[in-house]
Write a protein that binds this ligand. Structure first.
Ligand code: ATP
Length: 199
């Protein structure tokens, strides 16, 4: 089974594009959703987060106090790195468990905002970068999340630049509201099927 990573800047459309692959029958692991899930389900991870951030990191009902953690890590790169170092191994474990139950398919996608930053692309056979210009991404996210331009830019500043991501990616899908996305997905799908058949 081939493992293909898919990423892109905030609002680039990586989730939207991944859903097109899903329509073609490709199983997709949404890493950010799984990261949120393991933070409330994985006992080892929960204990590590409490040790690092204090028991206030969780509410009495076991749900995560996201605001509390976000306030700590947003302007402190060291604490953010620590949080990632705790969460990423648990997400990798969740990915391995997910892969084990997928069954026999030619390939799967791993959709992750921080595919390159977290180095998880190194565990993938190939990586796709979904690209849209910054202005397009800002407008999409402002509309989707009802947040200000400044908030989108602050989130964007936490990620690698597009140029850095394009260099690390094997393929780029342009999702800039002018190029058609489905033909680009179909072409890659055919390539991945051929690659998987040759394994
Ligand atoms: P994030 O990193 O913030 O999770 P993302 O890269 O996963 O974002 P999406 O959530 O897929 O991006 O897309 C951002 C917004 O732009 C969504 O509201 C989505 O519906 C819209 N969008 C994405 N691609 C297109 C497109 N080709 N045409 C129209 N709307 C689009």
């Amino acid at each position: 089974m081939l493992k293909i990573g898919i990423t892109g800047g905030i609002g680039s459309g990586k989730t939207t594009v991944s859903k097109v692959f899903e329509v073609l029958g490709v199983p997709v692991f949404y890493a950010d959703d799984h990261a949120k899930r393991v933070m409330v389900e994985d006992d080892i991870l929960i204990a590590a987060i409490k040790q690092e951030f204090g028991s206030e990191a969780y509410f009495a009902d076991g749900s995560l106090n996201r605001k509390y953690i976000a306030n700590i890590v947003f302007n402190d790169a060291d604490r953010l790195e620590k949080l990632n170092a705790i969460v990423h191994p648990a997400t990798f474990r969740a990915f391995d468990a997910w892969v084990a139950q997928v069954g026999h398919v030619p390939y799967i996608l791993k959709e992750a905002a921080l595919l390159f930053e977290a180095c998880s692309y190194k565990l993938c056979d190939k990586a796709i970068m979904v690209y849209a210009p910054l202005e397009v991404r800002i407008n999409r996210v402002m509309r989707r999340d009802s947040i200000s331009r400044e908030e989108v830019l602050a989130r964007n500043a936490k990620q690698m630049t597009d140029d850095e991501k394009i260099k690390l990616a094997d393929y780029t899908i342009v999702n800039d509201d002018t190029e058609l996305v489905i033909p680009q997905v179909l072409a890659l799908h055919q390539q991945f099927l051929q690659m998987a058949a040759a394994l």
